[in-house]
Design a protein around this ligand. Structure first.
Ligand SMILES: Cc1ncc(COP(=O)(O)O)c(C=O)c1O
Length: 422
């Protein structure tokens, strides 16, 4: 039964890839997979998915932790809407494409497990999170808990509030990886004082792929009257979760990472009851309104790019978040298992699915991270990234849905050779 379902999907999907955009731009035409079909280890299936992208056949891209490529349908949609915009910009952009924002908001809301009235569309995770960081009404002396493992843009934004408004930053520093969520929650709990107003939490830590226990931290924080800002740049459309279930008060994510939406797309989530109290970053007629659209007064932006988000959601839904997560987690464990006996290797990422997804991190005793990454690129045409941040010194490896195990074999072989040549 399963193999019949799989064959039917692969046939429909090949037809989809062969057809021009106008023939398959309607979501209804994208074939969907039966819920219970497990394709985690099915390389034929993922080979078809790879054909839906236009990734380089000569470079193995294992830096999807930076930014992700878009499926062809998304690329074509952006080109299509851009050409349309150029026919008569003020007509097509402001009267036609602008009407497409509400359906995209609704699609994103379903994926996010939130109400559309809690979702604003913007240009990246930095914009979404800085809207929150700069929009919160904090007084001099109010405390914010954050970690040394957070993303630099967000750290800089909080430091700016510290410098300008006298907000007090309380830093946590974690030794990662960890498989002890209670320890993580208790570190945050112990840092709370009567002046604590906010916990800033990175859900999936970009440097090494650690998944933090966001729901437990939110519950603990709310019991103490503290709100949580969630940096979901790497967890959204990667790890199965919903914002309403996690309970965070505010969240920001890029859509050009795991959703594979056009470059320069992002999303802000604000819990309904928090919208009125949060100032927008760009002025709006009523800054204290409880309408999520007050966060979208950006002025002219790329409507073509924004419309491409809808196609990315359709593509993502065709695979499904659960199936995608299982595959990504499998790929990470595939290369970590293959390298575990290499002399001098150590890993900075858990292999358990409760603590991470696609992102993996390793270091070698005898070779510094920059040299590992440059050798992999120059000798083996494998693109990874060297990380030197706080205690983390190593190489980050991030496959995606278009990565095959045969691509990972090139990387695995490259690391083994590099170690043998030392
Ligand atoms: C954890 C985290 N937060 C925020 C960002 C910023 O994302 P963007 O470049 O979309 O603003 C990144 C980017 O890598 C990230 O890894």
């Amino acid at each position: 039964m399963h193999s019949q379902q799989r064959r039917k999907f692969l046939t429909q999907f090949s037809a989809l890839l062969a057809a021009p955009l106008w023939a398959h731009s309607s979501p209804a035409r994208i074939p969907s997979l039966p819920e219970d079909l497990d394709v985690t280890r099915d390389e034929d299936f993922w080979h078809q998915i790879k054909q839906a992208y236009s990734v380089s056949p000569t470079l193995v891209n294992l830096n999807n932790g930076g930014v992700c490529p878009q499926p062809r349908t998304v690329q074509e949609a952006v080109e299509h809407y851009n050409r349309l915009s150029n026919e008569t910009p003020s007509y097509y952009m402001w009267r036609i494409l602008d009407k497409g924002r509400e359906p995209i908001r609704r699609k994103l809301a379903v994926l996010a497990g939130a109400s559309p009235e809690e979702i604003a569309i913007d240009r990246n995770a930095s914009e979404a999170l800085e809207t929150v960081i700069f929009g919160l009404s904090l007084q001099r002396g109010d405390e914010v808990i954050l970690t040394k493992q957070d993303y630099p843009n967000m750290i800089n934004a909080w430091k700016q509030r510290e410098h300008r408004d006298g907000v007090v930053l309380r830093w946590l520093d974690f030794d990662l990886p960890t498989e002890d969520p209670e320890m993580v929650v208790s570190r945050f709990r112990d840092a709370i004082t009567p002046r604590t107003k906010i916990i800033h939490l990175t859900h999936l830590i970009n440097w090494c792929g650690q998944l933090m226990p966001a729901r437990d931290i939110c519950t603990m924080a709310h019991e103490r009257g503290v709100e949580v800002v969630l940096d979901a740049a790497h967890s959204f459309a990667h790890i199965p979760f919903s914002f309403s279930d996690l309970g965070c008060d505010y969240a920001g994510t890029s859509l050009h990472k795991w959703l594979c939406a056009p470059y320069g797309t992002g999303m802000l989530y604000v819990k309904k009851e928090r919208i009125a109290g949060l100032y927008p970053l760009f002025g709006s007629p009523d800054p204290m309104a409880d309408d999520i659209r007050k966060f979208e007064h950006l002025g002219t932006r790329s409507f073509a790019t924004e419309q491409g988000i809808g196609h990315a959601v359709d593509f993502h839904n065709m695979i499904g978040t659960d199936r995608k997560f299982r595959r990504l987690h499998y790929l990470k464990n595939y290369w970590m298992d293959a390298l575990q006996d290499v002399p001098g290797i150590s890993f900075g990422t858990s292999r358990h699915p409760d603590f991470g997804g696609a992102i993996g991190f390793f270091s070698l005793e005898s070779v510094e991270p920059g040299k590992i990454a440059s050798t992999l690129l120059n000798k083996h045409r494998v693109h990874t990234v060297a990380i030197n941040w706080e205690h983390l010194h190593g190489v980050r490896v991030t496959p995606n849905v278009y990565t095959l195990t045969s691509d990972l074999d090139v990387f695995i072989d490259g690391v083994k050779r590099l170690v043998a040549e030392q």
